[in-house]
Structure formats: structure tokens, C-alpha cells
Ligand binder design. Structure first.
Ligand SMILES: Cc1cc2nc3c(=O)[nH]c(=O)nc-3n(C[C@H](O)[C@H](O)[C@H](O)COP(=O)(O)OP(=O)(O)OC[C@H]3O[C@@H](n4cnc5c(N)ncnc54)[C@H](O)[C@@H]3O)c2cc1C
Length: 426
């Protein structure tokens, strides 16, 4: 009977180490030197690099990559369990080599790159010697790739890229940018002539690509293959966001429970007030549902593929946004005035909930995916009545007892009487 919710003891040991490491090493670094883990400043790097080395020594570096793609091959389920810890600490994904947007870009490179492309970009990205960005969304609309216009024109041994992209996270500091064009996915050096970074927004950049010339071997995967590569990239990214969201909502829940037991109002702790209990009970159930959905999805990916799991991944994407919104709001509310400040993580967490419903595809689009895929498993009912229409089902079922009903009029009358009573609601 293979239906097991336990974690292998050897991996649990790793998780325990990760939890302790995050608490004693990463959290203090985040509090005193925020941003050091992803800084290029040599002094900041000197603080973070030894931590990254400890992760590598432990065999936990770049865990999201399968063995054949150059990673340790732990799979998505173990990654989900690990992310339940990492997602609580701001720098942890960088210190463990699993930070977006590099992870998705590395997945694309690992899956579609030539040996030369991997040597040039994948291994330096894995070692965080370089950083990357992903340019897909365009100012005129992000939810519908058929509206994208950025295009590459072949010119002898080069491609010339023209277009405009919007909300390219960390685009301004990227060494390489993966640019989705209408006719392919291209790797563009961040400092290539013609890459124009607009002043706003500052973290997620608005970029113009003006006659940007890249060598022919900067096309990643097949010509016209950008949508397939993008799906590969985003599928992984979405489930990783959901995994880290589980960590966030668990943090909110811990804060909610601690606070409920610590404050008094009207003669009792607020934990003894039923409306606070309801908030705790609802949050507990919602977090458990999200966690199981995420773990089941991760397990499905491990046992089939990202493609096979796409309906579940889409469901994870909008469910994690919803649970984040609900639970972080309740925790913030129970924290009272303190919850509205930025002196705890709750205000930022709640503010991030709308973002979660937009990044990597808006909720509506994922809901459409789920509904469409789920509906493929159904048929319209053939006649006037739905297949669960009880009188029709009963008529069908009576055929099974036809001989008995014909032979015993009392029993037939009893059955008729019972059917009428049922229809009246008895
Ligand atoms: C924090 C963050 C980081 C991001 N990083 C990157 C990045 O690195 N690279 C990148 O390329 N992009 C990035 N994005 C952009 C992101 O992919 C887009 O924001 C997203 O695809 C939605 O596009 P849009 O913002 O143009 O919204 P729109 O497409 O304009 O949608 C706006 C609203 O219209 C409605 N809507 C749209 N389509 C439908 C539909 N089919 N059915 C029903 N309603 C619909 C929804 O209410 C939706 O919220 C990032 C976004 C965020 C928030």
C-alpha cells in the first residue's frame, strides 16, 4: 500500500540541517547585511560565499536540476520539502543556488542548450559567476503571447533583435538575458549594444532592444521554438513559487498562533475568542490543503513530467496566491496595529499576495487551463436529463431486478412506495 506521507529519515536529517543552517547563518546575514547573498560587492560576497560552499559540501546546491541536467537529481518532491524551509528566509534560495529567475533559465539551458551553450552559460550560472534575466512580457500585454512583437531577423551569421519588453526581473543587473522573440528564444548579453534599460520600474525592468546583434549560436533551442521553451521554464518556476509560498504561510501561521496565545482582551487570551479560533482553524486547513496539493504535484512531476502535471501546476499557482492572501491577512489582522507596520514580515507578505496572483501568468489564465483540461475528461449527457437524474437511474436499475419484481408483486409495490417517498423527500 504505497500512500505514505513520511519523509525518508536520511532526507529528514538534511532538512533538519537546512532548518538549523537557515536559522543560525542565513537569518542573521539577512538581518544585518540584507542583499549580501546576491551582491557583487566583494566584501558582501565574502560573507555569503562560505555559506554557499557549506551548501555545496552538503550536496544540496542547485537541487532543482535533475541529474542528467547537471544537478544532484533529488527531484521535485524533495525540492518541495526543502523549499518549505528556504521560502521563509529571503536569501536562502540564493545561498542554495535555487533562486529565480536563474533557476528557470538554467532549466531551459540544461534542456535545450548545446554543449557549447551549456559550457558558456549554464555552468557559470550554476556557480553564480554570472546572473541572468528573462524577457518575455511586453508593454502591450503579458497574458497573451500572441500579442508579442519582439522579433529577430537573420543577418548572415547573426540575429538582429528589435522589440520592447516589460517587467524583466533583475534585467538591469543581468549578465545575460533570455529574450523571447516571436521566432525563437535568444540569449542576449546584458551589455550588448542596443540593450536600453528604461529608468522605471527599477527592479523589474522595462527594456528596449534596438537592433541588438547577437551571433547565430545565441539562438537557444529550435527556431520558432520559444513557446515550448517558455512552457518548460514557467512550469518549473510556478511550482517553485508555490513551494516557497507554503513556507511563507507557515511562517504567518506560526506568528498568528504565537500572538493569539500572548495577548489578552476582554478577560481572556485572544486565542480563547471564537473568531480568532476560526481564523486559526481555517488557516490550518487551507495551509494543509495547499501543502498537499503542492507535494502531490511535485510527486506527479517526479513520476511523469512537468507537461503531464500542467493542470496540477496551474492549480498550485492560483491556490498559493489565494492561501497567501487569506492567511497573511488573518495573521496581520490578529497582530493588530503591529501587523500593519513593517516591523514584522506580515505587512510585506500580505502586500506580496496580489503579486503572486500576477507573476508567471495571471490567475484567470491558470484557471482557464485547469477548467479546460479538467473538462476534457467529461462528456455532455446524451438526453434531456443529467446522468445523475435519479428517476432515470432507478428505471435503469430496475432492469437488474426485473425478474424479482415480476415474481413478487408485494416487493414491487414496496419498491414503488419507497421511490415515491424518496421523491417527496422522506
Ligand atoms: C513580481 C513580478 C515579476 C515578474 N517578472 C517577470 C520577468 O522576469 N520576465 C517577464 O517577462 N515578465 C515578468 N513579469 C510579468 C508577468 O509575467 C506579467 O505581469 C503577467 O504575465 C501578466 O501580464 P500583464 O502584467 O501585462 O497583465 P495583463 O495581461 O494586462 O492582465 C491584466 C489583468 O487582465 C485580466 N486578464 C488578462 N488576461 C485574461 C484572461 N485570459 N482571462 C481573464 N482575465 C484576463 C486579469 O484580471 C489580469 O490580472 C513579472 C510580474 C511580476 C508581478
Amino acid at each position: 500500500m504505497a500512500w505514505d506521507f513520511s519523509t525518508e529519515p536520511e532526507f529528514q536529517e538534511q532538512l533538519d540541517w537546512v532548518e538549523q543552517f537557515c536559522r543560525t547563518e542565513i537569518e542573521p546575514l539577512d538581518l544585518v547585511f540584507p542583499g549580501a547573498a546576491y551582491s557583487r560587492d566583494p566584501k558582501a560576497r565574502a560573507l555569503a560565499d562560505p555559506l554557499k560552499q557549506q551548501v555545496k559540501d552538503r550536496g544540496l546546491w542547485a537541487l532543482f536540476l535533475d541529474r542528467e541536467l547537471g544537478g544532484p537529481g533529488f527531484g521535485q518532491l524533495k525540492l518541495a520539502l526543502l523549499n518549505e524551509v528556504l521560502g521563509r528566509y529571503r536569501s536562502a534560495p540564493v545561498v542554495f543556488g535555487t533562486a529565480a529567475p536563474d533557476t528557470g533559465n538554467m532549466e531551459m539551458l540544461a534542456a535545450y542548450g548545446t554543449e557549447e551553450q551549456k559550457r558558456r552559460w549554464l555552468y557559470p550560472l550554476m556557480n553564480q559567476e554570472i546572473f541572468s534575466a528573462y524577457s518575455m512580457t511586453e508593454p502591450q500585454g503579458g497574458s497573451d503571447p500572441s500579442l508579442f512583437q519582439t522579433h529577430a531577423t537573420r543577418d548572415d551569421n547573426h540575429w538582429i533583435i528589435n522589440g520592447e519588453k516589460w517587467f524583466t526581473s533583475a534585467g538591469a543587473r543581468a549578465d545575460i538575458i533570455f529574450v523571447m522573440c516571436t521566432n525563437g528564444m535568444f540569449v542576449v548579453p546584458g551589455d550588448a549594444p542596443g540593450v536600453e534599460i528604461m529608468e522605471y520600474p527599477q527592479l523589474h525592468n522595462h527594456i528596449r532592444y534596438n537592433d541588438v546583434r547577437v551571433p547565430a549560436d545565441h539562438l537557444l533551442g529550435p527556431e520558432d521554438g520559444a513557446k515550448v521553451l517558455a512552457q518548460r521554464r514557467l512550469g518549473g518556476g510556478r511550482i517553485h513559487h508555490a513551494m516557497r509560498t507554503v513556507a511563507q504561510v507557515k511562517l504567518a501561521f506560526d506568528m498568528m498562533c504565537e500572538r493569539a496565545l500572548s495577548r489578552e482582551s476582554h478577560g481572556k487570551t485572544i486565542a480563547d475568542h471564537q473568531m480568532v479560533q476560526e481564523a486559526i482553524a481555517e488557516s490550518y486547513a487551507e495551509i494543509s490543503m495547499l501543502r498537499l496539493l503542492v507535494l502531490w504535484t511535485a510527486w506527479t512531476i517526479d513520476n511523469s513530467s512537468t507537461r503531464e502535471a500542467r493542470t496540477q501546476i496551474a492549480a498550485c499557482k492560483y491556490t498559493c496566491a489565494k492561501v497567501l492572501r487569506e492567511v497573511s491577512y488573518r495573521a496581520l489582522h490578529i497582530m493588530g496595529s503591529l501587523g500593519t507596520t513593517n516591523l514584522t514580515p506580515l505587512q510585506a507578505m500580505w502586500a506580496s499576495a496580489p503579486t503572486m496572483a500576477i507573476l508567471d501568468g495571471v490567475d484567470e489564465v491558470h484557471k482557464v487551463t485547469v477548467a479546460r483540461n479538467v473538462l476534457k475528461g467529461y462528456q455532455p449527457h446524451p438526453g434531456l436529463w443529467p446522468s445523475e437524474y435519479i428517476p432515470a437511474k432507478r428505471e435503469e436499475a430496475r432492469k437488474k431486478y426485473a425478474d424479482l419484481l415480476a415474481a413478487d408483486p408485494d416487493l414491487a409495490a414496496w419498491a414503488d412506495h419507497a421511490a415515491r417517498a424518496m421523491a417527496r423527500g422522506h
